[in-house]
Design a protein around this ligand. Structure first.
Ligand code: GLN
Length: 247
């Protein structure tokens, strides 16, 4: 039986707008294809895991306070996470998790939360808490060579700057900064995005891309996943696109 091993970090603190649902969807889409999906959890005070033994590391989003709470612990994991990333472990990061893999996140009160510095971007929130990027968002991203309209919900004060390779182009909403054209950050083994939703429930292509990546990396073979019935997901996306883009 094919298997993927996932490490879900700080599920008890970074879990906004159904972010933990991303793990349910990942598990579900594996199960439907007879793929075993082991999801381990790590949080503050857990034993230090072997990050490189996983296929995928997932971190969700959270409020500034939660980000501060986990920051010291996350820094302890720095070497292990960097090693895993360099070995090709897939990093899936939402909002607060996305911010903390950059150089730093400076919140609205000016507190600087150090990031792991895995990537060169940094995030600063404006001092006015009223200036948050909140609402539905649609981005156009390239997934497995196909252009996909990825839909989600964003709520962040942080403005992420110096992003070299964004995940998508904003068609509706804000993205990395207020009214910016770019959203998220991507590399071969990274998807970092502001999209809650949960993102994977709304965008099955993103889920399948990560499953395929993990299996191909494990087996060295090109993987073709058995298609699933995504009728409902497609209908939901259609409603959002027609509502937001008049499409
Ligand atoms: N606290 C961060 C911000 O406001 C991240 C929020 C989130 O994860 N949704 O920018």
């Amino acid at each position: 039986m094919k298997k993927i091993k996932v490490l879900h970090m700080y599920a008890d603190m970074l879990d906004l707008y159904g972010d933990s649902g991303n793990m349910e969807i990942l598990g579900y889409r594996c199960k439907m294809r007879g793929i075993e999906c082991q999801i381990d959890k790590y949080s503050v005070d857990s034993e230090m895991p072997d990050f490189s033994s996983y296929d995928l590391i997932y971190i969700g989003g959270g409020a500034d306070l939660e980000q501060q709470h986990i920051s010291e612990d996350l820094l302890k994991c720095r070497d292990g996470i960097i090693e895993a990333y360099k070995k090709g472990v897939f990093m899936f990061l939402i909002c607060g998790g996305y911010q903390l893999m950059g150089k730093y996140y400076r919140d609205a009160d000016g507190n600087e939360i150090p990031g792991l510095g895995l990537f060169s971007y940094y995030t600063v929130a404006p001092s006015s808490r009223k200036k948050r990027c909140i609402g539905n968002i649609v981005i156009k991203a390239e997934i497995d060579g196909q252009k996909v309209n990825v839909v989600g919900f964003e709520n962040h004060g942080g403005q992420t700057q110096d992003v070299k390779t964004p995940f998508g182009e904003v068609l509706y909403g804000n993205g990395n900064c207020s009214k910016s054209s770019a959203e998220g950050y991507t590399e071969k083994n990274v998807i970092a995005t502001y999209l809650h939703g949960p993102c994977l429930a709304k965008n099955p292509e993103v889920t399948d891309h990560m499953i395929k990546y993990c299996l191909s990396r494990n087996t060295g073979e090109e993987i073709k996943l058995q298609p699933l019935d995504d009728k409902l997901e497609k209908e939901c996306r259609k409603v959002m696109l027609s509502r937001l883009l008049n499409k």
